[in-house]
Design a protein around this ligand. Structure first.
Ligand code: ZN
Ligand code: ZN
Ligand code: FE
Length: 763
């Protein structure tokens, strides 16, 4: 006897080929009914014998499309049969509660790749090929459910051949929403910077490749925005890109044609290889090979990533990139089209407005990018990927929790590397990396991201969470927002939020000792923190330790002039003896400068106290004379890592008393150190031993969070010390340890708070 059931599935089930999969599966089992997207996910009505239907359910779970993820699977028996004659995909149903997860943009799949390289295929050389397994998603979505008419493909009408594929359940393009071909899809146009059209479609590809090889800088519209692209072999071009983009030495990423070519330039583990080849296609940070080998393949590695031993590499991820790489056949410098820290440019109008003069040509196409998104950045930290920037391919994403939130919440994160999160039901949704707030464009993008997120997820927050630092743009925005909507405002201490983000990643709800080290954040005692040891309980934390504080001479200007950090600590050690010091480092100061800074220090004029490890890194580099003017965040750490020698297990003396770590005597030794590699190694080892010594007598699981732990060398050293003693160490992987993870920590606070509240009600 036949029965009818309704199945509701939630999770990542839209834009990943889920409905075609269901339809094919049902047909193969001779099950009748229908499937459609709704705003929660997918709804299936299936009719057949009880045994067939249970087989159907099992197969859905075990054979689901690779990129799908099921967070909820509900089966209900219907009261009566509707008597379907076949199995079909029907129109999306829209209801008011949306919990469907927005699908992410996906790298070109092998089948599509074969087609664009096959001369006989109708999509040969077609830069916008896609199928149910691959193509743009988040960047072209207007609203959910994910259907063609709700995307920026709605202005393109499918030709009869494409329409046939779209309707044919045996086709790879069955219900592939952005389906198109050279006849009916988006068109490519190459322009000169003065907006003159030079070529279209295939001619545009050919000409673009030629220009790149000749040494031009071309802005190329990719999946989430434009990238500035040029030859990696022409140092003069790279130099002019740096000058035009006003980016002195911050490393550029390089796009390679194949993994084989990447291996010629870098040293790569199997885990790193897997990450580079993954569907998400992030930029992966690898160790460079010795420069003479590099020069042969990727000539200007010193121009691309000056003075550091890392190289960010990426493989082509969109069909357009593949076709360009196939033509140029050399690695290309590949960097987001933006001014550092601001969001990536997504239209030609923005390009002209914000980056005119930076590029010589631009390659555009006529499908709109509705939401810009940057490339993701990741590396491998002892076998596990560590996401440094969660963007294209990885975001938006959601983390399921064991309980659920009492109210819907909006979390706005911190200031730099901004990213926002939403809380609804039992999940935290993290949105793509925004950039550093402060600039008008970033602030605008921040606000747009919030309204987009609220709309896509149909959230109307009852609580808004921000950083304790009321001067942050995000915090000011949150205060206004709370006031205008008359909802609760919560401010969470920065390092506590870092710790919470780590706890969220590992679903930790009980006590943990979290070492939170970063650049700067406002502590709950009003001073600047950044070298903290926090014991985090069920709800709340206590600061059980921190590094001995020092004065930031001139406050913020110490970040731009790290020699001030070095000097400040030397004054702590030597007092007025500083004027008699005869070390090379002291030559960085004129007599007058020294007098002024000494006075600032002595009288505490504009010299806030801080305990930041990030600043300490700067100070060490300054004293060693390797970094006088940093031009990007994290530069000091990267430089010291480049000098690190794994075979040396020496460190400097330090002392821990009442939770305070005394280390300043290190600077005395650094002052006269001639072996820079030894000094860098000993310094990093010292930090690792500090963590280890602090943690080892406390009977608590231990974790690392904060931007400093982007330093893989330091993480590895700490992990090895812990491992020797069989001590547990929690580290970040999916949630960035830097400030992009802060909003998740803020969200997790609300989760723990709600949980506690519910428990109280029960008692
Ligand atoms: Zn495909
Ligand atoms: Zn077509
Ligand atoms: Fe931070």
């Amino acid at each position: 006897m036949n029965i009818s059931i309704t199945i509701n599935i939630e999770g990542i089930v839209q834009g990943v080929g889920f409905r075609p999969f269901i339809c094919n599966l049902a047909n193969s089992l001779n099950i009748k009914g229908r499937v459609c997207n709704d705003s929660r996910g997918v709804e299936i009505v299936a009719e057949g014998s009880e045994s067939l239907l249970s087989e159907f359910i099992e197969l859905i779970k075990s054979k689901k499309p690779i990129k799908s993820e099921i967070t909820l699977f509900e089966v209900r028996r219907d009261s009566k049969l509707r008597g379907y004659e076949d199995f079909s995909i029907c129109k999306s149903k829209i209801s008011h509660i949306s919990s469907a997860i927005v699908p992410v943009d996906s790298t070109i799949c092998q089948n599509c790749l074969n087609e664009i390289r096959d001369k006989r295929d109708r999509r040969f050389d077609y830069p916008f090929v896609n199928c149910t397994d691959c193509g743009p998603r988040y960047t072209i979505i207007k609203s959910l459910p994910y259907d063609r008419k709700n995307s920026s493909m709605d202005s393109f009408v499918m030709c009869p051949s494409c329409q046939r594929e779209y309707e044919d359940s045996s086709s790879r393009r069955f219900h592939a929403q952005p389906n198109s071909c050279p006849k009916c899809g988006p068109k490519l146009t190459l322009y000169k910077s003065d907006n003159r059209v030079l070529a279209t479609n295939i001619e545009a590809l050919d000409m673009c490749a030629k220009l790149l090889k000749q040494g031009s800088i071309v802005a190329i519209k990719g999946v989430g925005g434009f990238a500035l692209v040029c030859s990696s072999k022409k140092s003069a071009t790279i130099k002019s890109l740096r000058a035009r983009k006003r980016r002195a030495s911050k490393p550029f990423a390089v796009m390679f044609r194949s993994i084989y070519e990447i291996k010629k330039c870098t040293i790569m583990s199997e885990d790193e290889e897997r990450l580079i080849l993954s569907y998400e296609r992030p930029i992966v940070l690898l160790k460079k090979r010795k420069s003479h080998r590099l020069e042969k393949f990727c000539i200007s590695s010193e121009k691309i990533a000056p003075k550091i031993d890392r190289l960010g590499v990426i493989l082509p991820y969109s069909p357009l990139h593949v076709l360009i790489m196939d033509r140029v056949k050399i690695p290309l410098v590949f960097t987001s089209a933006n001014i550092s820290g601001t969001p990536i440019v997504k239209s030609k109008e923005e390009l002209k407005e914000r980056l005119f003069g930076v590029y010589d040509f631009y390659l555009d196409y006529d499908r709109d990018i509705l939401h810009s998104i940057d490339d993701s950045v990741a590396c491998i930290n002892s076998k596990n990927p560590l996401l440094l920037r969660r963007a294209r391919g990885f975001a938006p994403c959601s983390f399921a929790l064991k309980g659920s939130f009492l109210d819907e919440v909006l979390c706005v994160g911190a200031l730099q590397k901004s990213a926002i999160s939403l809380c609804k039901n039992g999940t935290i949704a993290l949105f793509p990396y925004i950039g550093d707030l402060g600039e008008v464009q970033s602030n605008d993008y921040f606000e747009k991201s919030i309204y987009l997120a609220l709309e896509l997820y149909r959230v109307s927050p009852k609580v808004v969470v921000c950083d304790l630092h009321s001067g942050y743009y995000s915090a000011k925005w949150a205060m206004e927002f709370a006031k205008s909507r008359d909802i609760e405002l919560l401010q969470i201490e920065h390092h506590y939020a870092h710790a919470l983000s780590l706890m969220c990643e590992h679903k930790i709800e009980s006590e943990i000792l979290c070492i939170t080290w970063d650049g700067t954040g406002l502590g709950s005692d009003g001073t600047i923190w950044g070298g903290e040891f926090l014991e985090v309980g069920e709800l709340g934390f206590s600061r059980v330790g921190h590094i001995d504080r020092f004065k930031l001479l001139g406050g913020e200007s110490s970040i731009k002039e790290p020699k001030r950090v070095g000097l400040s600590i030397l004054i702590d050690i030597y007092g007025d003896e500083i004027f008699n010091l005869n070390a090379p480092f002291m030559k960085n100061f004129s007599d007058d400068e020294l007098k002024v800074l000494y006075k600032m220090h002595n009288n505490s004029i504009n010299s806030p106290l801080c305990s930041s490890i990030g600043r300490l890194f700067d100070g060490v580099c300054a004293i060693l004379g390797i970094l006088i003017k940093p031009t990007y965040e994290g530069e000091a750490g990267l430089m010291l890592e480049s000098l690190y020698d794994e075979s040396i297990d020496k460190w400097y003396d330090f002392k821990i008393e009442d939770g305070v770590i005394y280390y300043k005597s290190i600077f005395k030794e650094l002052l006269y150190e001639r072996d820079i590699e030894l000094a860098a190694t000993k310094f990093i080892n010292t930090l690792a031993y500090i963590v280890y010594e602090f943690a080892k007598d406390r009977d608590l699981p231990c974790g690392l969070s904060g931007g400093v732990f982007q330093n893989m060398t330091l993480c590895r050293k700490i992990a090895s010390l812990f491992e020797k003693d069989g001590m547990k160490l929690f580290q970040h992987s999916k949630i960035p340890c830097n400030d992009s993870g802060i909003s998740v920590g803020q969200a997790y606070y609300c989760y723990l708070r709600d949980k506690k509240e519910k428990r109280c009600e029960m008692n």
